[in-house]
Design a protein around this ligand. Sequence first.
Ligand SMILES: [Zn+2]
Length: 313
Amino acid sequence: MTIRLHETTIASFRGLAVALARYPLAAGSVRKQPSMFLPATFTPLWSSPDQCPPGGLWFVMDRGRFLTFAAAGHTDRLAVPRGDAPPVPVEGMQCIGLLDNVSCWAARTQTEAAPSGFTLEPLRRLFDRLPDELVAVAGRAAQVLEFDRTHRHCGACAAPTEPCDQGRGRRCTACGDVCYPRLAPAMMVLVMRQGPGGRELLLATGRRFASPVVYSALAGFVEPSESLEDCVRREVQEEVGLRVRGLRYFGSECWPFPHSLMVAFVAEYDGGEIHCQDGEIVDAQWFPINRLPALPHRLSVARRLIDFAVRRG
Ligand SMILES: [Zn+2]
């Protein structure tokens, strides 16, 4: 569903709250912005090598880093290898889909150093240096390869596993137990309130945030038997000691670090004083929307959530 909110409707937050209540935010509206979504021109596949058109793009990983090279004429842009064969010996190769009908291959390698002319780059270091659609495909490759690497043996009986279900999963060769790539559902919530000078956003920086410090919406993993909405309320209470109300769905997104499915909400402040959780939250503050701190990368759902709130004012 595409959302069309008239500016007159959102002139005040009361108007926005009404609009949100009537039109739950949908991922479809988010998808047009830069993101980690697979592009519309990508066809996901789970295929053994002989079921995919030969040649194409090679997403080759060496211990968490992708094999890339400098794009011609651009010192700050990267490219992924393309051709009939990978530029280095690989193992575990899989066709993970077609991008504009070009096969995209994921494979592992292990080298002492990057071959001449290539560099090895972590997924996060591909942001802004590869085209966004290739970063998204690299995210899928990273998750598929990591699943294979960490599920070579059965978690129940420790016997070796082998690919099954056309490559989607791995089956134990002894007990038959089947497992599929792991996805960890996590919620994100942007809490808002009406401050003395206008709308304010609750943003926090955590212990695990990378340098340089950025402030973001709150996030946390869903626990067994917990709903997304209960997770939002629990995490906000645990991390900053606040109560929230008026939860509205914003969108969801793959976040392959290493295998999260992020489900984002907006919520309204409902009481309490900020109290940062020891060992988790370093700082949390109410920020007026016209005086925001350093924010997460534009490809993150967190940034789109914050940008959305700022645009709506
Ligand atoms: Zn087993």
